[in-house]
Write a protein that binds this ligand. Structure first.
Ligand code: NAD
Ligand code: IPM
Ligand code: MN
Length: 353
């Protein structure tokens, strides 16, 4: 199996190196046989050559790779994020990865900022629609640069797009024995997209009689995620709301450095990336937490069918946190590389047990 590895920008480079160490260790232990192929797409290449992500590269990913691993994108030298949008949305949209799967899973209660919450209280999955909504890039300016300027950003919601993400959330939940799927929108204010989401959720939901349905407006959902996170098992929502609530979710797990995500096309090649960005101020400083990226590698393995290996990675992360072998954001005193190596050591022991 070939895996494309794109470290990208900033701390994306630092954390990807650690996720790669983990995958290579599993290769060495003969628990995997992945061929990791590195690509230098990112700010540096874009500034030097003007190339962000060529169309032929997408075709190559589509035909020749089992999955893509991405670190992060974003560089202060490209303030409008052109290269990052080209690369990130190029893959999400171009490879039709319509599910942004973002588990919110607390590994140790010490990491949770909420009083008295345990690992059982923070354990749900967010299904963020990943190809539509406010992200499609339609709209425009009128009278730009004048006092009469108008900027329009349109939210595009198709029946097909809404149906397939809601169905995926129900199917995933059914397959894993989850008993409730929560849908979140803002249908009290956003009439048209809200109406479509409400109708489709009800219609698709009827096909899953054994799964409880629940709805929260997204503002109230944000509040409930803090107040009673234990009520959630699966949350399905649109692209924009999903982006925002998964940063809240990341904090419930110990911060952005702990959160994993997958961009899933159930019938095609998927891309896996931590939820965090390139955190430019920490780039190259050996301080970023690599566990979000490592858990992302775990999520990728699970998706590729390597359930046992994915479990080992999770166990190693849990153990590393328990032993305080972490970076400073999660209470330890290790650097990025040292935390990655410490985790590999724990993983090696788990592999031979
Ligand atoms: P960010 O996630 O890069 O960082 C925000 C803050 O979160 C950091 O300052 C840091 O305190 C903390 N943090 C994030 N990751 C961490 C880690 N691994 N370890 C420890 N702490 C961590 O978000 P931002 O500052 O809003 O964005 C920086 C750049 O990244 C921007 O260009 C943004 O557009 C981009 N971005 C890219 C992605 C992506 O590639 N998928 C995601 C989010 C943001
Ligand atoms: C994320 C990021 C991206 C998004 C940005 C960098 C465009 O915040 O993956 O969560 O909004 O999807
Ligand atoms: Mn985000």
């Amino acid at each position: 199996m070939k895996i494309a590895v794109i470290p990208g920008d900033g701390i994306g480079v630092d954390v990807t190196a650690e996720a790669v160490k983990v995958l290579e260790l599993l290769n060495k232990k003969s628990l995997l046989n992945l061929q990791l192929v590195h690509f230098d797409y990112g700010a540096e290449k874009y500034l030097k050559t003007g190339i962000s992500l060529p169309k032929e590269q997408l075709d190559d990913f589509r035909s020749n790779y089992a999955a893509i691993f991405l670190g992060a994108l974003g560089d202060p030298r490209i303030p409008d994020m052109t290269h990052a949008r080209d690369i990130l949305f190029g893959m999400r949209f171009g490879l039709d990865q319509y599910v942004n799967l973002r588990p919110v899973k607390l590994f140790d209660e010490r990491l949770c900022p909420l009083k008295g919450k345990t690992v059982d209280d923070v354990n749900f999955v967010v299904f963020r629609e990943n190809t539509e909504g406010l992200y499609v890039g339609t709209g425009g300016f009128f009278k730009k640069g004048t006092p009469d300027e108008v900027a329009i950003q349109e939210s595009v919601n198709t029946y097909k797009g809404v149906e397939r993400i809601i169905r995926y959330a129900f199917e995933y939940s059914k397959a894993r024995g989850l008993t409730k799927v929560t849908m979140s929108d803002k249908s009290n204010a956003l009439r048209y997209e809200g109406d479509l989401w409400q109708r489709v959720y009800k219609q698709v939901g009827e096909e899953y009689p054994s799964i409880e349905k629940e709805h929260w407006y997204v503002d109230a959902l944000a509040m409930q995620m803090i107040k009673r996170p234990e009520q959630f098992q699966a949350i399905v929502t649109n692209n924009m709301f999903g982006d925002i609530i998964t940063d809240i979710g990341a904090q419930l797990q110990g911060g952005l450095g702990m959160a994993a995500s997958g961009n899933i096309n159930p019938n095609g090649v998927c891309m896996f990336e931590p939820v965090h960005g390139s955190a430019p101020k920490y780039a190259g400083k050996n301080v970023a937490n690599p566990f979000g990226a490592i858990l992302t590698a775990g999520l990728m393995l699970e998706h590729l069918g390597f359930k046992k290996q994915a479990n080992l990675v999770e166990q190693a992360v849990r153990q590393a946190i328990k032993e305080n072998k972490t970076t400073s954001d999660t209470g330890g005193n290790l650097g990025t590389a040292e935390a990655g190596s410490a985790l590999c050591k724990l993983l090696e022991t788990l592999c031979t047990d």
